[in-house]
Design a protein around this ligand. Sequence first.
Ligand SMILES: [Ca+2]
Ligand SMILES: [Ca+2]
Ligand SMILES: [Ca+2]
Length: 703
Amino acid sequence: MIGSEATSEIMTLYVRRWFGVLLATCQIASAAFAQTDTEKTAPPTGPDFTNSIGMKFVRIEPGRFGMGSSDAKLPPAVLAPETTERVWLRGNGDFDERPAHNVTISTPFYMAVHEVTNQQYEQFNQLHAQLRGKFGYSIDGDEAVVFVGWQEATEFCNWLSQRDGYPYRLPTEAEWEYACRAGTTTTFSTGETLPEEFVKNPSSSWYPVPQRSRGRAEVVPLNVAKTTPNAWGLYDMHGNVEEWCQDWYGAYQADDQIDPVGRSEGDFKVTRGGSHSTFPFYLRSSNRLGTLPEDKSWYIGFRVVLGEMPATPTVPKDPPAPFQQNVRQEIPVDVTKGPDSGQPYFRGPRVYVKIPAGSEGPLFSRHNHDAGITECPNGDLLANWYTTVTERGREIAVAVSRLRYGQDEWDDASPLWDAPDRNDHCPALYYDGDKTIYHVNALSAAATWGPLAIIMRSSQDNGVNWSKARIIVPEHVGRHQVIESIIRTRSGAWIIPCDAGPGSTEGTALQVSLDDGKTWSDPGGTIRGIHAGVVELTDGRLMAFGRGQSIDGRMPMSISADLGKTWTYRASPFPPVTGSQRLVLIRLKDGPLFLAAFANKDSGGIQIQDDSGTERTVYGLYTSLSYDDGQTWTKRRLVYDGGPPREFMALDQAKFTLTDTDAEPRGYMACKQARNGVVHLITSINHYAFNQKWLESPTPTAK
Ligand SMILES: [Ca+2]
Ligand SMILES: [Ca+2]
Ligand SMILES: [Ca+2]
């Protein structure tokens, strides 16, 4: 595998170099052409013009318009998918379209009437023709070009500028919305509803996961100008493909603005207009979308404008969120000193997901799930998770909360990361034990957790500032659904376990980096069960436990001696976990392996021996230790503190009663052991902290 990958890397390098030479040659040739050409060609001044590669432009006159959306309720037709497609659409548009504000476009510019087509783009980059038809999309010359990143779109504009001697570029977000509205103030430039001709495959598309697409015609033609142009002569401003804009994405400001150009920096470049394979809600004139500039998919193309870039200064990046404020940077002297390791220590459950009821963006109170947790260098804990209304929706975002060192309660939740109108599934956190914490996340092409790429970013100041997100695994396909159980082996390999498919029976894949996170690859093998926890055994083999794909009615155990290339499977001694449950498996600092999972009533619970020596059956969240690398598991106990029966919340505000027989019944768990020995285990809402001595102590006797 390593060998064939090295070969493919060399091939890629070769193609890149060859392409670089080709590009340089083209640029020299076109620069020479442009020099002679500019002398002859005056800039256009008329109402329209056609450029040297046949792109048609119309002149957009200066004017003033209302940018963003008001608080008015959207028309029922736009919200109809809520009932027919079981999605959630905010009744008055997304939170980031407010405050609506007045914008003046002070200078005329020209805008291409069509999205850039394959035929046009390939005059700049012939090699892009190889991507025609990728996943079935965009085959014809007059279909919108897709699989282009922001940088490539910008380079196309620069190439065209050199060639023609005019200032071509991407539109600013304000120019785009102004041109889309074309003088209208309605939801669409066509009025309050969007005619059928603009809407292709309105769904929460799972493509390229055809088995989840339920027979829909997912691949649609992307030929430009098949719909009616708006009042200013622009085609496909609603739908077909999303269009890259110049701006870094950020929150709107309320004041009147002239020629705004967005934020000074960010992770996400704005895209506009929505696309095929989504709902008309996302095609509204005021709707904002965006993604990482290097992200490429079958949803995103671009459109060119001609005009000098406005000289307006950018707006500084958004101010720090609460979790970034007042963070102590010095490392506490006692950060490695925990509770007495000879005495059992337990604290919990305490709630770490604190979002006000009724929140509908950027944090959502409805569904908070799928957490990661880490200790920071300063001893704080950070937990992140996705916050949403529906799991498949485009509204999904990543939230974070902080438990400050020495404090007893978690801070209220803050927004952490949110690619606008993309499903940011599967957040995870990892601490290298020294100075750096990492945030790893999946990034959907649009809705659903089917087509996922993987991003990574890092912080060296306890989560206050973060590096720009980098796409480490770029293709939006399966086997990329990140699980929080990231490990680093003793030989330095990074391992990110990832669900192998969007369902419950595809198992768990790995992404492995052998070069300190620079490059990643899938060794090809599959762990039995999804949402797997993975540990390295003393002899260097990997061991994993997963959910589903039970063996003899027990939770499956997988072993790999070749870093995930192949796995062998056998039954574990534990009952299977099921829906709304994720187990955790880690190695504790003092050596034993630690498992936490759920014992369900329908699988008969699990046997423990309580402190009176009685064997009895318990249910819900339990723990177990292995001192022989997973050969045998002992010290099994219920995650229960010995107190009287009390009511707590579990996933999505479902109540449960904690007793000497029943612990928390479900949740997606994440777990890390801090430098002071305390193990921090979180479910979908609660945080439990305990030491190894507590894990080795029996469950209190039933009363
Ligand atoms: Ca479009
Ligand atoms: Ca939006
Ligand atoms: Ca998002």
